[in-house]
Design a protein around this ligand. Structure first.
Ligand SMILES: [Mn+2]
Length: 326
């Protein structure tokens, strides 16, 4: 078994009281992985709770049929080791940060995003994994525990969401072997795909209409981008969950090398998400703003208003395209 799974399992086993969490607005990988890890830690006899910075979207709650996922504001985190799943950015766990000791001795990070180097004590980062659920699945194998139906559902949901149904770059033989095993355990692929991909509300369509009305291109027509001013459209940040993944539709067009989504979230505050295919690395474009993610999927917060942020950011993506063409 791999080094990451062995050392992570050892670290988790050495803790007695744990609190699992993921980034705000949990996605299928964050939520599915934490529910699955909760099941494993319970099987190992641990006192474990899940407490997220906020509630998951209604359409994802099927991943938590026993309603074990709580909101951090409602729990007592005293004496618990905080395990952050599917995220390495402390800003994205909001108030859950208050449960982490100043020396971070009670912190464990389990993530698959590019960037941080694993130290096998605090940080367990495996950028080779397509999803955090793959890391948790390896833990089950390492611990010799068979995932329950609920855990298997969570793991499968994280896997298909983060591989884009086995389409993205990090999809590996391991991803497919894991899927095969989970299906053997009783997971119904069509049912989970429908729940994740075909359970959106009408609001998604209405928001998509706004996005496509805003669609613009750079001069060379290689970069396509959506732009949205939340205040002007009377939207909140959580409304954006409704258009999760829509940015990827822009990459269905062969001529488009990079897809961007700018959302102005407040005065001099614009968030950008960036997507590319294959070997085109967009991380250099987000680094000047302390952004992060993967080379094909990353983002940053730009301290400028919408149009200024677009003007500031587009040339950086154009540079990535030029470097890639060399
Ligand atoms: Mn993930």
């Amino acid at each position: 078994m791999n080094v990451m799974a062995r050392s992570l399992l050892e670290r988790l086993k050495s803790e007695e009281k744990l609190l699992l969490t993921t980034h705000r607005n949990p996605d299928p990988d964050g939520l599915g992985s934490e529910v699955a890890l909760h099941g494993l830690l319970r099987a190992l006899g641990k006192d474990v709770i899940i407490a997220n910075p906020d509630q998951a979207a209604e359409r994802l709650r099927f991943l938590d049929p026993e309603e074990i996922v709580q909101v951090f504001a409602d729990v007592d985190a005293t004496g618990r080791t905080v395990v952050i799943i599917d995220n390495s950015d402390l800003d994205r766990i909001l108030n859950v940060q208050s449960a982490i000791l100043p020396d971070q001795s009670n912190l464990i990070i389990i993530d698959h995003h590019d960037g941080a180097t694993p130290d096998f004590h605090k940080t367990f980062q495996d950028p080779a994994s397509a999803s955090t659920s793959e890391i948790v699945y390896n833990l089950y194998a390492e611990a010799n525990v068979v995932p329950s139906p609920i855990a298997a559902t969570g793991l499968y949901a994280g896997l298909i969401a983060d591989t884009g149904n086995f389409r993205y770059r990090k999809t590996s033989p391991r991803s497919h072997l894991m899927a095969a095993h989970l299906i053997e355990l009783g997971v119904q692929p069509d049912k989970i795909s429908d729940l994740i991909l075909s359970a959106f509300s009408l609001k998604r369509l209405q928001l998509k209409k706004k996005l496509y009305q805003s669609l613009a291109f750079n001069e060379a027509q290689k970069i396509a981008y959506f732009q949205l001013d939340l205040a002007r459209e009377d939207l909140t940040v959580s409304d954006l969950d409704q258009v999760e993944g829509v940015i990827n539709e822009l990459l269905e067009i062969q001529e488009i090398a990079a897809a961007l989504f700018f959302s102005r979230r407040g005065p001099s505050l614009t968030r950008v998400s960036a997507r590319s295919r294959g070997t085109l690395d967009l991380l250099p474009a987000v680094r000047p703003y302390d952004g992060g993610g993967h080379k094909n999927a990353c983002g940053a917060t730009i301290h400028l208003d919408l149009q200024a942020a677009i003007a500031d950011f587009l040339p950086r993506i154009e540079s990535c395209l030029q470097v890639h063409a060399l």
